[in-house]
Design a binder for this molecule. Sequence first.
Ligand SMILES: C[S@@+](CC[C@H](N)C(=O)[O-])C[C@H]1O[C@@H](n2cnc3c(N)ncnc32)[C@H](O)[C@@H]1O
Length: 228
Amino acid sequence: MRIDVLTIFPRMFDAVLGESIIKKAQEKKVVEINIIDLRLFSKDKHRKVDDKPFGGGPGMVMNAEPFFEAVNYIRRKIKDLRLKTRVILLSPKGRKFDQALAVKLSKYEHMVLLCGHYEGIDDRVAEHLVDDEISIGDFVLTGGELPAMAVIDSVARLLPGALGDKDSCKDESFSENLLEYPHYTRPADYSGMKVPNVLLSGDHEQIKEWRKKEAIKATKRKRPDLLK
Ligand SMILES: C[S@@+](CC[C@H](N)C(=O)[O-])C[C@H]1O[C@@H](n2cnc3c(N)ncnc32)[C@H](O)[C@@H]1O
């Protein structure tokens, strides 16, 4: 998968994309991530990308033009590759991101993620440029960079070859509208806190059954809404 991100704060991505599984996924060419400085597409001599809102009100609004220019530039650049592309605006007004949407996005060959700032982006971007608007939850962040990183991380780890063990994302939380069963590792007895005996039994059928029951129990207790 190829992912292009449009942002006015490219350096924010360094730490997250330069560590751990996402770093390895890029090295293994499972995913190619390009962080693009939106200011390169500003026609203003000071590379300004925002302006006062029409109609008045507080704060600044990001101009539509740099986003249109940048997305068109990316489209021209990859035209010959004929990739299945999704252009996504990160926005608190978007549909709520969840695991099912991460799975859907992982089937695309190319994503373009648009990060807003300040009061947000001129609405013509949402109306005419993007395929989807995604929110990572009902709260307001200062910019779309953290939401973009959350989307990249959750989608990239689903791509074939990203995780060391391809079964790691099979029984995970939300995969069957259930939270995942509890995990334990050595020691089996830590200061009197013991690991459930069944996990030490070596009986794989019993372990499977126990895990299913525990997953349902955890979901009922912590996220009953998932069982509805
Ligand atoms: C301060 S917010 C703008 C909020 C906007 N004035 C509103 O009330 O809906 C600036 C940018 O952060 C990003 N953002 C903030 N919260 C977000 C969320 N929950 N999900 C996705 N993006 C978010 C968006 O890109 C947004 O354009």
